[in-house]
Write a protein that binds this ligand. Structure first.
Ligand code: PMP
Ligand code: GLN
Length: 420
C-alpha cells in the first residue's frame, strides 16, 4: 500500500514533472493532482483572457468572436428553451441534429453518413477529442501529432496514458510545411493513431490535398487510425480547398472526423460538437464520452441543426468577413515589425517576434504587451512538446469587429516606439 506523507510539501511548479516514484509516495490532500497532469498548468487561454480582463486590453489571445451568431440560430435556441427542450437529450444527441450533421457532411464534402449509427453529438470538439482519445488509446500507445498543436491534445493523450510523438510544422514565407520523412520517421510499432487538425490552430495552415494524401498513405501503410479535428472547416480564405481526411481513398474506414458549431456559428460558449465515422470507431468514442458529460446542451442542439441547414451565403459570408479581418490584422502586424507567416484559414495569424524583441522571448512579450500597448496575444511555445521550438512565435486572433481590429492595429503601430 502507498505510504501517505503527513508532512506539508512545498508547492511544486505546474510545469515541473514529478520525479519517478514520487506520485506513489508523496500524495497528499494539499496537492492531489494526478501525475498524468503534472506537466499541464492552467490553460494559456484562461490565463491570457484573465490578463485581458485585468488590464482592459483588447483580447486577441483566446479565439472567440465579439459578435453573436446568426439570428435564426439564436432564435431556435430560445424557442427550444421556451418549448421545453430542457431535459437530458438522448445519449447520441437529438435525432434532428444528427440528421443535420449527416446532411452537412453530404452537402459540403460529399460524404454519406448514417445519422443513427455514424454520428455522435458531444460537448464541443473538446469532448469529442477527449472521448475519442480516452475511448481508443491504451497505456503506452503513441500518437503522432503535428506541432504546434491545440493545447487539449497533449493533455488528453497524457490522461489516456499515451505519448505524443510530434512532427514539427516549419514556418516559411509561403506558410507552414512539414517534412514527409519526419512523418514517416515518427511511426513506431507503438503508434496507434495520427491526430490531425486542418484547418490548423494556431498556424492558420490548410493542409493541401498532396499533404493529406501523404498522411493517408502513412496511415494506410502502417494500419493507423486517424482522428481529424476540422472545427475551422468553414473558415478558409482565398478560395483554398479544405480536404476532409475521410474523403480520401480508403480513409473513411479508419477516420474519425470531429467538428463543432462554436466557430461556424460564433457560439463558442454553447459547446455543441460532433464525431462522425464508422460505427465501431464512433462507438469507442461514445463509450468514454457517456461517462464524461453523458449528454449536454439540449436546447442548443436543435439550434445548431438550424445553423447547419442555413444557405451557402451564410457560410461564404462568414469566411469573407474573417478574411478581411485577417488582412487588416496581418497588415498591422507587418507594420509593427514582426515577421508575419501567412494565415490561410481559422481565426489565427502567427508571427516571429525576433525583429521586434531580439531575445525572441514570446512568453515575456505576451506578458508585457497588455501593459505596453493594451493588446493580448498568445505565446506559441505552449503549443509545442518542447517549448523551445516555438519560443519566438506568437499568435494573434482576428475574430473581432472591424473597429476593434483597427484599434488593435493602431496600438500595435506604437510597439516599436514603446520598446525602443
Ligand atoms: N480544436 C481546435 C483546433 C480548436 O481550436 C478548438 C477551440 N475552439 C477546439 C478544438 C475546441 O472546440 P470546442 O469549443 O467546440 O470544444
Ligand atoms: N480554440 C480557442 C483558441 O485556440 C480557445 C479554446 C479554449 O479556450 N479552450 O484560442
Amino acid at each position: 500500500m502507498a505510504v501517505r506523507s503527513r508532512e506539508p510539501r512545498s508547492p511544486r511548479s505546474f510545469l515541473a514533472p514529478i520525479p519517478d516514484g514520487a506520485a506513489l509516495y508523496a500524495r497528499d490532500v494539499r496537492d492531489p493532482t494526478t501525475s498524468r497532469l503534472a506537466a499541464f498548468g492552467t490553460t494559456i487561454f484562461a490565463r491570457m483572457s484573465a490578463l485581458a480582463a485585468e488590464t482592459g486590453a483588447i483580447n486577441l489571445g483566446q479565439g472567440f468572436p465579439d459578435t453573436d451568431g446568426p439570428t435564426e440560430v439564436l432564435d431556435a435556441a430560445v424557442a427550444a428553451i421556451r418549448g421545453g427542450q430542457n431535459q437530458y437529450p438522448p445519449g447520441l444527441g437529438i435525432a434532428d441534429l444528427r440528421h443535420a450533421v449527416a446532411e452537412h457532411q453530404q452537402r459540403f464534402w460529399g460524404l454519406t453518413v448514417d445519422p443513427d449509427t455514424e454520428v455522435l453529438i458531444t460537448a464541443g470538439a473538446t469532448e469529442a477529442l477527449a472521448g475519442s482519445l480516452l475511448g481508443i488509446l491504451e497505456t503506452g500507445d503513441e500518437v503522432i501529432v503535428f506541432e504546434p498543436m491545440f493545447d487539449s491534445y497533449q493533455a488528453c493523450i497524457a490522461l489516456a496514458g499515451a505519448t505524443v510523438v510530434p512532427v514539427t510544422l516549419i514556418p516559411g514565407v509561403d506558410g507552414y510545411t512539414f517534412d514527409p520523412e519526419a512523418l514517416r520517421a515518427a511511426v513506431s510499432p507503438r503508434t496507434r493513431l495520427i491526430l490531425l487538425n486542418t484547418p490548423h490552430n494556431p498556424t492558420g495552415k490548410v493542409f493541401t490535398r498532396d499533404e493529406m494524401l501523404t498522411i493517408a498513405e502513412v496511415a494506410l501503410e502502417h494500419d493507423l487510425l486517424v482522428i481529424t479535428d476540422e472545427v475551422y472547416e468553414h473558415l478558409v480564405f482565398d478560395d483554398r480547398e479544405h480536404v476532409p481526411m475521410a474523403t480520401l481513398p480508403d480513409m473513411w474506414e479508419r477516420t474519425l472526423t470531429i467538428s463543432s458549431g462554436g466557430k461556424t456559428f460564433s457560439t463558442t460558449g454553447w459547446k455543441i460538437g460532433w464525431v462522425c465515422g464508422p460505427q465501431e470507431i464512433v462507438r469507442a468514442a461514445m463509450r468514454a464520452k457517456q461517462f464524461l458529460t453523458y449528454v449536454n446542451g439540449a436546447p442548443f442542439q436543435p439550434a445548431i441543426a438550424t445553423g447547419l441547414r442555413l444557405g451557402d451565403d451564410y457560410f461564404t459570408g462568414l469566411a469573407r468577413r474573417l478574411q478581411d479581418a485577417r488582412d487588416s490584422l496581418a497588415t498591422g502586424l507587418d507594420r509593427a515589425g514582426f515577421t508575419v507567416y501567412p494565415s490561410e484559414a481559422t481565426y489565427f495569424t502567427t508571427v516571429d517576434i525576433t525583429p521586434v524583441r531580439a531575445d525572441g522571448d514570446g512568453m515575456a512579450l505576451c506578458e508585457q504587451l497588455p501593459h505596453l500597448i493594451g493588446v493580448v496575444a498568445v505565446p506559441n511555445e505552449v503549443f509545442y512538446v518542447d517549448p523551445a521550438r516555438g519560443r519566438n512565435l506568437v499568435r494573434f486572433a482576428c475574430c473581432k469587429r472591424p473597429e476593434v481590429i483597427n484599434e488593435a492595429v493602431e496600438r500595435l503601430g506604437r510597439l516599436k516606439e514603446v520598446l525602443a
